[in-house]
Design a protein around this ligand. Structure first.
Ligand SMILES: [Zn+2]
Length: 504
């Protein structure tokens, strides 16, 4: 049995300064111990460990200017080493080009590089190929580190934390930053604004109404004590508010929504309806101006399968115009997403009008409308009671804050801010109290309204017809499967005391 020639083996170890990047890497002594046992397993090939330690501590793998590595190269040049053992490839280098430089050097001196945990040996061609592949992965990973700051930002968004930007109406940024907390008073206002838009069906009209009420956008105190924001709404800032998914507890990153850490303050169904309506209306145009074809059910007709609004379309053939309603969801997401087919506009419009007027002569239907209105009113009462309670609590809190701010000579800007919040809270309470006069009409009253309107209908022009249907009806569900039409009534239309805001 012949004894192999003795092969002197050097063990190279390295640990970098960046504890976070290197978390998974063991200490120098552990690296060395595992390499030593590996060398021992190769005894049959004559391998033996050189006593000299080549340990680079606290040095990045991005440079070749490492003392132990330089010493290793020196000893290789002197012919004292035949094999270099490392734990992992990234111990010897973190960049492909440097690594190739090193392997070239090893090759020139007839030295093999062997990794304990990755099965390769630069002594053979397969091993060299492996090295290239592994290194290119390592390089790829490293280039990822460069983007880590942006990545961390994105990760925070994905985890739902609010990152920077001015605060939005309805929320305050917690003093330590990054997280949102609900401003209860403003939250009520935000919900009111969503409902207002749904009622008026036009951003422009809603802006007009907000101006009339004197409602402004978010106002806050900056870190250096200045009052910021509080601008009156424009069509674009209102549009921005109405389409901000922050209100249903989400944060947006590059057009993608992620679950937020904060609580939403707008009912997701309400938010969805507003989005559908925004998609249907343009930012600038009021309902009437946009609706030049007098589509009676524009913004009302809803696909039951998709919970999306139908859009009004038309084609011309031989100088005749054919109008249709098409499911907006189907149009945007493809034919296989919805069972509906385009509905001839004239037909469904007269069906809806017929159904609306038939209530005037049908006591059972009047009964049903009454029930529906009473349910809506009851719900509204519960909401109002909740809102009043919240507004009272907030008003009390503002009073306390004001008292202590005055006592401790707080910045005038802060006191001014609190005073304007106090006025807002008082106005809100007043308005809530005013809304309590709601009363559902009787069946007879409903019949009266509808019969009057029916007799006037032929004399209405198209705009008046649109306005009337919108006053009475808040939504028309169309079930594409069974063809059923369901009307949802607009309590504002039937309730003489409500709708003071005026949809004009
Ligand atoms: Zn649909």
């Amino acid at each position: 049995m012949n004894t192999p020639d003795p092969v002197p083996v050097a063990i190279y170890t390295r640990k970098s300064t960046d504890a976070k990047v290197e978390q998974e890497v063991h200490s120098l002594s552990v690296q060395r111990a595992s390499a030593e046992s590996f060398v021992a397993s190769q005894q049959h090939r004559g391998w033996f460990c050189l006593p000299e330690k080549y340990d680079d501590n606290n040095i990045s793998g991005g440079t070749l200017e490492r003392p132990a590595l330089q010493r290793l190269k020196q000893h290789i040049c002197e012919g004292r080493i035949k094999v270099v053992v490392i734990n992992r490839l990234d111990r010897i280098s973190r960049s492909l080009s440097q690594f190739l430089e090193l392997t070239e050097f090893f090759e020139k001196h007839g030295v093999a590089l062997v990794s304990v945990t990755q099965n390769f040996n630069t002594g053979d061609s397969m091993g060299r190929l492996m090295v290239q592949i592994i290194m290119s992965f390592a390089e790829f990973e490293r280039s990822l580190i460069r983007d880590r700051v942006t990545e961390r930002l994105h990760a925070a968004r994905r985890k739902g934390r609010f990152i920077g930007g001015p605060p939005v109406l309805g929320y305050n940024i917690k003093p330590k930053g990054g997280e949102l907390e609900i401003d209860e008073l403003e939250a009520i206002r935000v919900r009111d604004i969503f409902e207002l838009y749904l009622q008026l069906r036009s951003v422009k009209a809603a802006v007009h109404e907000l101006h009339r009420r004197g409602w402004c956008n978010k106002k806050w105190i900056t870190r250096d004590g200045k009052v910021s924001g509080g601008n009156s709404f424009s069509t674009s800032s209102l549009h921005h508010l109405l389409s901000n998914p922050i209100y249903i507890g989400k944060v947006t990153l590059k057009g993608e929504n992620f679950e937020g850490k904060h609580e939403g303050i707008v009912d997701p169904k309400l938010f969805e309806r507003v989005q559908a309506m925004l998609a249907g209306n343009s930012v600038q145009g009021g309902n009437r101006r946009r609706n030049k074809h007098s589509a009676l059910l524009k913004g009302l007709l809803t696909c039951k399968a998709c919970n999306a609004l139908f859009v009004h379309t038309y084609t011309r053939k031989k100088n005749r115009m054919y109008r249709y309603y098409t499911c907006g969801h189907k149009r945007d997401h493809g034919a296989d997403t919805c069972p509906s087919v385009p509905i001839p506009a004239g037909e469904i419009e007269s069906l809806v009008v017929e159904q609306l007027f038939s209530i005037g002569t049908n006591p059972e239907l009047q009964e049903m409308v009454c029930r529906q209105l009473n349910e809506a009113i009851e719900q509204k009462r519960v909401d109002l009671a909740q809102r009043r309670k919240t507004a009272r609590q907030q008003l009390d809190r503002i009073h306390r804050e004001l008292a202590s701010s005055r006592e401790f000579d707080a910045l005038p800007s802060l006191i001014h801010h609190l005073e304007s919040k106090q006025r807002e809270a008082e106005n809100l309470l007043e308005r809530i109290d005013g809304e309590e006069t709601l009363r559902a009409p009787s069946g007879g009253e409903i019949a009266g309204i509808l019969n009057d309107m029916r007799s006037l209908w032929p004399s209405f022009n198209e705009g008046e017809r649109c306005a009337f249907v919108r006053t009475m009806v808040s939504q028309v569900d169309y079930d594409a499967v069974d063809g059923n039409i369901t009307l949802h009534f607009n309590d504002a239309g039937f309730l003489p005391d409500a709708g003071k805001g005026g949809a004009a």
